[in-house]
Structures are given as structure tokens and as C-alpha cells.
Design a protein around this ligand. Structure first.
Ligand code: ADP
Ligand code: MG
Length: 212
């Protein structure tokens, strides 16, 4: 088992990879949101992460992981719009607060980061598990990361467990009726379609794991 505490380089790598992966999956996120929403989720997320990329060069040389997460938060809040902008913005803001001034993040810090992000989205959007939202990817991810850390998994394995669980959670939204967001207007007609925000969450958490 390799223990490599993850620092600012990891977070910056995660952000760059997130931007790349969201760009690659832009059309897919648009299609998912067209099926049960208004079709803008791919554009919203791509615009947000492209803006974040543009701001990375302005980071101070001694920026902490919390500083980078805060930059992501403020940029997403001001550029993404829709429901997802404030929700993801809150997630990164709470994640930033959770890691405080740590220079390197160990497994416990990663679990705290993910938990704070999920809790921030719940506080803001009031969704419960099973409502067919991004929470259905975040909550299994937090649970899996918590369990992996308790079993002594290393940082990369904790993030991989979170990413795997988020992907399963996103896939499982296909069977659900939506109770929050635009998709809730569709009632039973949303069944059979994957929630776009759950899918973008799975992409972002896979990017986190791949950057570790
Ligand atoms: P909009 O719905 O305003 O067009 P987006 O298309 O960018 O915004 O984002 C839609 C996604 O936001 C949904 O797929 C869902 O995952 C998420 N979402 C919407 N409302 C909530 C909420 N109350 N709590 C958690 N997530 C939500
Ligand atoms: Mg939308």
C-alpha cells in the first residue's frame, strides 16, 4: 500500500482533468438534460470548468488545496448558472472549508472533503437520496469513501471507491422518479433516463481518482 498524501498538485490536476472530462462529455450531458430537463447541463458545466481553467494560472505559488477549491467554487457560482451552478459552487466552498489550511490531504481529509461537499449540496438543495439528483451519486460516493478509509485503504483507493460508487449511483438514477429540479415536472416519464447532475458528479469524482 502506498501512502501519498495529496496536496495542491493533486487538486490542480483534478481541476484540469475535470475540465477535460466535462468537455469530452459535454454532448452526453446535454443529451441527458434534454431528456428530462432543458438541455443546458453540458454547456453549463463546460462553461464553468473552462472558466476555472483560465483562472488557474493566477493562483499564488503557495496556494493551498483549500485555496484552489475556493477558486473553483467562486468561479462555478459566477459562471455555471442553472440549478447546478450554486449547488456545485456550494459543494466546492464547503470542501474548501473542510480541508482548512492543510497542505497535504490524507485519507481522513479526503473523506471530510467529500462529506462536506455532499452536505453542502443537501443544505442548499434539500434533496434526499432517491430524489433522482446529483445527491444519488454523491451519497454512495461518501459512504464508499468512508468505508474504504475505515478499512485502511490508501488515498488513491479511497478516491477510486468513491468514483466507482458515484458511477453506480448515477446509473441507478435511471430507475427513479424525480422529486427535485426540472425533472420532477415529468413524473413517471423521467423513469428510464439518467440524471445529468448525477452523471456529471460521477465524471468529476472519476477525475479526482485518476489524478491521485
Ligand atoms: P437546470 O435544472 O437549472 O437547468 P442544470 O441542468 O445545470 O440546471 O442542472 C440540473 C441538475 O441539477 C439535475 O440533473 C440534478 O442533478 C441537479 N439538481 C437540481 N435540483 C437539485 C436539488 N434540489 N438538489 C440537488 N441536485 C439538484
Ligand atoms: Mg438544465
Amino acid at each position: 500500500m502506498t501512502r501519498v498524501a495529496l496536496g495542491t498538485d493533486w487538486i490542480v490536476g483534478w481541476v484540469r482533468r475535470s475540465a477535460a472530462v466535462i468537455g469530452e462529455h459535454r454532448a452526453e450531458l446535454v443529451r441527458l438534460d434534454r431528456e428530462i430537463g432543458d438541455g443546458d447541463h453540458g454547456e453549463n458545466m463546460d462553461r464553468g470548468f473552462t472558466a476555472v481553467l483560465g483562472k488557474l494560472d493566477g493562483l499564488a505559488a503557495d496556494a493551498s488545496p483549500a485555496d484552489v477549491l475556493k477558486l473553483v467554487a467562486t468561479t462555478l457560482i459566477s459562471t455555471v448558472g442553472g440549478a447546478a451552478g450554486p449547488l456545485y459552487g456550494t459543494a466546492y466552498l464547503k470542501a474548501s472549508a473542510a480541508v482548512k489550511d492543510a497542505g497535504e490531504l490524507d485519507g481522513a481529509a479526503l473523506v471530510a472533503l467529500l462529506t462536506a461537499a455532499r452536505d453542502g449540496i443537501v443544505t442548499r438543495g434539500k434533496a434526499e437520496p432517491g430524489d433522482k439528483t446529483m445527491i444519488d451519486a454523491w451519497t454512495p460516493a461518501v459512504d464508499a469513501a468512508t468505508a474504504a478509509q475505515a478499512e485502511g485503504a490508501d488515498e488513491a483507493a479511497i478516491l477510486a471507491a468513491a468514483a466507482d460508487a458515484a458511477e453506480e449511483g448515477a446509473a441507478a438514477t435511471e430507475a427513479l422518479v424525480a422529486r427535485k429540479g426540472r425533472a420532477s415536472y415529468l413524473g413517471e416519464r423521467a423513469v428510464g433516463h439518467r440524471d445529468p447532475g448525477a452523471q456529471s458528479t460521477a465524471l468529476l469524482l472519476r477525475a479526482a481518482a485518476e489524478s491521485a
